[in-house]
Ligand binder design. Structure first.
Ligand code: 8YV
Length: 322
């Protein structure tokens, strides 16, 4: 007779290799159709489960966490961001929350560069010219963009992903300025120019890339006032979270030329982004692909499982956040 294995509720469809490991070690309750569950379905799915493997698309505010069955001991999120989970409420229920740092750094930094290049070199307009059959041939003045080499890239939030973007941007000949809670040691800073405040960084940044976590402190930190501090014709990149920017203000800046272009991978209210973006030509828009490589999504899943293994074995979870 085989001992019954712990039930793990998995809220979204995960890569095959991750689901295989789940089947090997647990009794997984999988989401085969990848439907986004509502609050009641999330609670229903958690019945009898000892752990939940969740995603940033599932909100876990305090009232929702309070409804969870008593047996739930771990909530592992398949994301580095944890703003969708009330960490304090989980702690109060004795539920360990874990995330997936490190493993998605390089993939997300690649997408930031794609957004930077896509915006600076007008990739949307260029693709559309070809796909709509309107390209009449090469012209000396066709779709002129902005040069990265020699320009300043301002990085807001110089954590793991911000640093990985800085490494890439240096390879493109960019000068790095950054704003962070604290100054980095020289060997990490690599000559980057530190700014104590956003107000000091923005006037320097022809290109600006956001890499700070979402939260009350960073809510709409890019707004009408801060956009005015950028040099005219700047490029804004956001691969962090949509809540960092005021969409109306950004759309006005894109229309007035205060922003030359924007490159976004994340949006407030995903997937229902502000409709104004869909019709603006000077935007390069991706559907939240930051960590979307085969290697990274597998590694994120394994990282979640390493954390669940630890909590369920009574060990400290490597990525406990609460
Ligand atoms: C995730 C992300 O893929 O890790 C994060 O915080 O933004 C993405 O890499 C996404 O949030 C799905 O959980």
């Amino acid at each position: 007779m085989t001992a019954s294995r712990p039930v793990v509720f998995v809220t979204r469809k995960l890569p095959d290799a991750v689901e295989d490991r789940l089947r090997r070690d647990y009794e997984p309750r999988l989401n085969r159709d990848d439907r986004v569950y509502g609050p009641d379905q999330l609670i229903e799915g958690a019945r009898g489960a000892i752990a939940i493997l969740t995603c940033a698309t599932d909100p876990w505010p305090a009232p929702q966490i309070q409804r969870l069955p008593d047996e739930v001991r771990a909530l592992a999120t398949f994301s580095v961001g944890v703003e969708h989970i009330d960490l304090g409420a989980a702690r109060a229920r004795g539920i360990t929350v874990t995330n997936t740092p490190d493993v998605l750094t390089e993939a997300t930094a690649d997408i930031a560069m794609l957004c930077l290049l896509g915006a600076a070199r007008r990739a949307f307009e260029a693709e559309a010219l070809i796909r709509t059959g309107r390209w009449a041939g090469w012209r000396p003045t066709q779709l002129l963009g902005l040069e990265l080499a020699g320009a300043v890239l301002g990085i807001v939030g110089m954590g793991r992903i911000g640093q990985a973007v800085a490494r890439r941007a240096r390879g493109f000949g960019m000068h790095i300025h950054y704003c962070n809670r604290r100054r980095l040691p020289p060997e990490v800073e690599q000559g980057a120019w530190f700014h104590h405040t956003l107000a000091s960084l923005l006037p320097q940044a022809r290109f600006l890339s956001l890499h700070c976590p979402a939260g009350p402190e960073t809510h709409q930190l890019i707004n009408r006032e801060t956009l005015e501090l950028l040099p005219r014709g700047a490029v804004l990149v956001n691969t962090a979270r949509g809540s960092l920017i005021d969409d109306e203000a950004v759309l006005d800046a894109l229309a007035s030329g205060q922003l030359f272009a924007a490159g976004f991978d994340v949006y407030a209210g995903e997937p229902n982004l502000h409709p104004g973006y869909r019709t603006r030509r000077n935007c390069f828009l991706l559907p939240h692909l930051g960590s979307a490589t085969i290697e990274t999504r597998n590694a994120m899943g394994f990282r979640c499982l390493d954390n669940l293994d630890a909590v369920l074995a009574g060990r400290a979870a490597p990525d406990a956040r609460n």
